[in-house]
Ligand binder design. Structure first.
Ligand SMILES: C=CC1=C(C)c2cc3[nH]c(cc4nc(cc5[nH]c(cc1n2)c(C)c5CCC(=O)O)C(CCC(=O)O)=C4C)c(C)c3C=C
Ligand SMILES: [Fe+2]
Ligand SMILES: [Fe+2]
Length: 339
């Protein structure tokens, strides 16, 4: 095996129980990339106010989505892991078809299992000579992609013969990614008709992070504009919002839930919702968007609410991911595959 390709996503609890969720949240929320509050203060808040309560509150939501996709689609375990594994299998097929035996495709999670460190160590033992990491975050944020760079740096720091690792920094402007998003919207419109508004809801981050230099907001706005342009949607037909606010600080606005409530109250009858920052359906889309925010909109007076699934294992998504990875292959591998 010459070269390994590692898809990376956030991670998820091992099981949809309070203890499974607690273990995952402890790992995730202890990362200083995710929460920038000074350590001793944050350790106190996390251990006294979050880890004793949030797991019991969130576990039922995880149980709802466990082994369930949209419309009762059969999924095994946590959807984010299920779709990431499907992406791995399909990407492996694509690399094998074009360049037989040259690439191993696998995945790792930033938090929970399998970890990046154990994945890289296993692949090295199996003879991998180089690694291309594809964080499945189209838009860069220090809270997501930045955390992956930290883990790569840790692996490097502990190695004598440092592995040849490259990381895809962002891919929101890649034409293949935008085309896959646009295709998924058009297919949805063909099936259901177009709603009055297209809401593009991105995972939020604290506003202060952007003020201090995180380019995430700019990447989200860029994505929304490229998608709207590709769909030839006039500006009054779409909106960008931010979801999944956590804690008391101000996060990126407008907020998804508030916007949907306002629209419902102000006579918007129908809305299509897409979440371009999520490359796989997960708790934040299947529960927060497809269930909770549907209720927000309908209870406020809206009539039709349709969630457009994440790109998941769509063929056009896989084609885009293959192109993004191939663009990042080191010259040695590139020459080998083109020989
Ligand atoms: C505490 C701060 C958080 C930041 C900053 C944050 C950024 C961020 N997250 C994603 C993608 C995902 N987040 C998911 C779940 C999730 N996110 C947070 C908190 C922050 N996220 C929490 C506490 C949770 C767990 C659920 C909960 O307790 O509310 C997931 C889903 C995982 C799953 O198991 O399905 C994803 C994916 C992005 C893209 C992002 C910044 C750009
Ligand atoms: Fe998150
Ligand atoms: Fe959430």
């Amino acid at each position: 095996m010459a070269h390994a390709i590692i898809l990376m996503n956030l991670g998820t609890p091992a099981e949809p129980t309070p203890s499974g969720v607690r273990q995952f949240l402890r790992d995730f929320l202890s990362d200083p990339r995710v929460v920038e509050i000074p350590r001793p203060i944050w350790a106190m808040i996390l251990n006294l106010f979050i880890l004793p309560f949030r797991p019991a509150k969130i576990a039922p939501a995880y149980r709802e989505i466990w082994s369930q996709g949209l419309d009762g689609e059969a999924v095994t375990g946590s959807p984010i892991t299920y779709y990431t594994q499907r992406q791995v299998a399909l990407l492996q097929q694509r690399f094998d078809a074009a360049t037989p035996g040259q690439f191993t495709v696998t995945y790792a999670m930033t938090y929970g299992a399998p970890s990046l460190k154990e994945t890289v160590m296993r692949l090295q033992e199996e003879g991998a000579s180089g690694f291309t990491l594809l964080p499945l975050y189209p838009q860069y944020s220090a809270t997501t992609t930045g955390a992956i760079y930290d883990q790569v740096a840790d692996i490097m720091r502990r190695s004598r013969n440092v592995p040849d690792i490259s990381v895809v920094h962002e891919y929101w402007q890649h034409p293949g990614y935008i085309a896959a998003l646009a295709n998924s919207v058009r297919e949805h419109w063909e099936k259901h008709g177009a709603a009055e508004k297209l809401l593009m809801s991105f995972h939020g981050i604290p506003k202060a992070n952007v003020r201090k230099g995180d380019p995430y907001y700019q990447h989200c706005c860029g994505t929304a504009e490229l998608l709207a342009e590709s769909l030839q949607l006039p500006r009054d037909k779409w909106e960008i919002t931010f979801q999944s606010r956590f804690g008391k600080a101000e996060w990126l606005q407008p907020y998804t839930d508030k916007t949907l409530i306002e629209w419902g109250q102000n006579g918007v009858a129908s809305v299509d919702v897409i979440c371009p920052a999520f490359s796989a359906d997960c708790l934040e889309t299947l529960e927060e968007i497809a269930v909770e925010n549907r209720a927000n909109f309908i209870d406020a007076g809206g009539a039709e609410y349709r969630y457009i699934p994440a790109l998941n294992a769509r063929a056009d998504h896989m084609q885009a991911l293959e192109a993004i990875v191939r663009d990042r292959l080191p010259a040695a591998v590139f020459h080998q595959t083109n020989a």
